[in-house]
Design a protein around this ligand. Structure first.
Ligand code: NAP
Length: 295
């Protein structure tokens, strides 16, 4: 049985899809707001992870379920908002997480999605390995480092994701959808050409995470990312081609031009090494959008 906490968001929606398609397991989903539509093998329960009474009741319920594999996604993760609200962010991202994990020792597996932001800046296109020192450049990155440490010291698992991008399945538009909408309206869309990530679709991030859990991954931390170094501009071009829209409308800009919603300092480029992921799962190639290729 899987349990996804924060299941109603972008990643949660793709994890639900991956579990339903790639396993025979049922899913218990928890979130602040839960959807009305129902789906076979999926049940929903409201839980606010910052509310101790809610969490205590939820934990008692979880104890009744067999062989529980928990994916803990609930977070306060917009870097600009985190920077403006340090105490609130720490309470949601670290204190509440720690309270939950301390009570969930009965769970068979617990996985936590972290981010490339823990590494900081990639100098000269360096690809960070899981064992590299962590040098986050903003408070969101520090929250994630603290959260990771709790998971690792409790013997649980962390997956580090890059910039994730896909059409939203979550009932709220994602950046991908904003790009597509703009191009469909014949409007230009500016994207950074000098900011690189080992970007991955939500779909592949979800598939590979479930594959790691099902395989019994022994590693406490795994970078789950694509093979290619992609600028945001490269990603925009790929989306235009995928959606049969005009790539000329994707306009390259450089990081010295500040965009709305990008006020807080971010690393210009953060690239990750996915050798451990590929060795663990027997993968040959991990594309941003195409299905991962196994050997
Ligand atoms: N997206 C990426 O590129 C990326 C990359 C690396 C790591 N991650 C990590 O992946 C996780 C999920 O990201 P996402 O993109 O799927 O974000 P998301 O769409 O915001 O999903 C998070 C979900 O958690 C819920 N939530 C927030 N506070 C909660 C609370 N107190 N109690 C219960 N549920 C709560 C949110 O509800 P509301 O929407 O109602 O607040 C939302 O449904 C986060 O930990 C994020 O840091 C994401």
């Amino acid at each position: 049985m899987y349990c996804i906490i924060g299941a109603n968001g972008y990643l949660g929606a793709y994890l639900r899809k991956a579990i339903l398609e790639d396993t025979n397991e049922d899913i218990l989903c928890a979130d602040l707001n839960i959807p009305e539509n129902s789906q076979e093998r999926v049940t929903w329960r409201r839980c606010d992870i910052t509310d101790r009474e809610d969490v205590d009741l939820f934990i008692e319920y979880l104890k009744t379920l067999p062989d529980l594999k928990i994916l803990y996604l609930a977070a306060y993760h917009n870097p600009d908002l985190v920077e403006q609200n340090h105490e609130l962010a720490w309470n949601i991202n670290v204190t509440s997480l720690s309270y939950f994990l301390n009570k969930a020792s009965f769970a068979k597996e617990i996985y936590y999605p972290s981010t490339d932001s823990v590494y900081g800046e990639s100098e000269n296109f360096y690809h960070f390995k899981e064992s590299d020192p962590l040098r986050p450049v903003n408070f969101y990155g520090h929250n994630k480092c603290a959260a990771e440490a709790i998971l690792v010291h409790l013997g649980r698992h962390v997956v580090r994701f890059p910039f994730l991008i896909s059409p939203s399945l979550a009932g709220k538009p994602h950046f991908y959808d904003r790009i597509v909408e703009s191009l469909r309206n014949g409007e230009p869309f500016e994207m950074y050409e000098d900011s690189y990530r080992s970007s991955l679709s939500f779909e592949n991030a979800a598939r590979l995470t479930i594959a790691l859990i099902e395989k019994g991954n022994p590693h406490p931390i795994v970078n789950v990312c694509g093979d290619k170094d992609l600028s945001k501009y490269d990603v925009g071009l790929q989306i235009a081609v995928r959606e049969q829209l005009d790539p000329i409308l994707i306009v390259p800009i450089t990081m010295d031009k500040k965009m709305e919603g990008f006020e807080t300092k971010r690393a210009t480029s953060t690239l990750m090494d996915n050798t451990l992921l590929k060795e663990t799962l027997g993968l040959e190639y991990v594309d941003i959008f195409d299905r991962p290729k196994y050997k």
